[in-house]
Structure formats: structure tokens, C-alpha cells
Design a protein around this ligand. Structure first.
Ligand SMILES: [Zn+2]
Length: 109
């Protein structure tokens, strides 16, 4: 499988804990807030923050600089297993239901 195909075959889900394995936030972990499977990018809580100027929309609202999460490439993160750390996702069938498991220890992810 080519690296570029990973994006569309993404097994990650919202709320997954991932570790950044490349880029400026390498080594950090966080929870997935949003996944864009089409673009192959995701937002991770508290990671890859960028400063964004907020303009006040109402009269009593304050403008200013807000830090927001910028998208990270899906290929730059890996899922975290509570036992093993970064791992790959495997699948198994539990009660005829497809379940994601850690490929290292077999625990449900
Ligand atoms: Zn594991």
C-alpha cells in the first residue's frame, strides 16, 4: 500500500487518542476532534495551535487573538493503545460485530 492511499483508508475515529509521529508537534498526544477523510487531515485537541485574530461581531464582544487547532495530516499521527503506546489498528469480530483492536496486544481500541 502506498503512503498516499492512507488518507482515504483511515481507520481513525473521532475521540481516538493519537500520537504525532512527524511534523512540528512530534511526540505529543491528543484526542481527535474532527476528521476530514477527503483531505486526509484531522484536528487534535490542543495540538498544532495557530493564532487567529477574532473580530468582534457584536458591539459588546471583544476582538483579539484566539488559539485554534490547525489540521494535521492523518499520515503524521498514529493511534495510541493504553498498554503499548503507538500501534496499528487491526480488526476482529466480536459477537459478529467488527471491532477495532490493537495489533500488538489485541486489546479493543
Ligand atoms: Zn496494545
Amino acid at each position: 500500500m502506498k503512503q498516499t492511499q492512507n488518507a482515504t483508508k483511515c481507520k481513525l475515529r473521532k475521540e481516538d487518542t493519537v500520537k504525532v509521529i512527524a511534523g512540528k508537534e512530534v511526540g505529543k498526544t491528543g484526542r481527535i476532534l474532527k476528521i476530514d477523510r477527503v483531505k486526509g487531515r484531522l484536528l487534535v485537541e490542543g495540538l498544532n495551535l495557530v493564532k487567529k485574530a477574532i473580530k468582534p461581531k457584536k458591539q459588546n464582544e471583544k476582538g483579539g487573538i484566539k488559539e485554534i487547532e490547525a489540521p494535521i495530516s492523518i499520515s503524521n499521527v498514529m493511534i495510541m493503545c493504553k498498554k503499548c503506546g503507538i500501534t496499528r489498528i487491526g480488526y476482529t469480530f466480536k459477537n459478529k460485530k467488527k471491532t477495532r483492536i490493537c495489533r500488538k496486544c489485541g486489546d479493543e481500541l
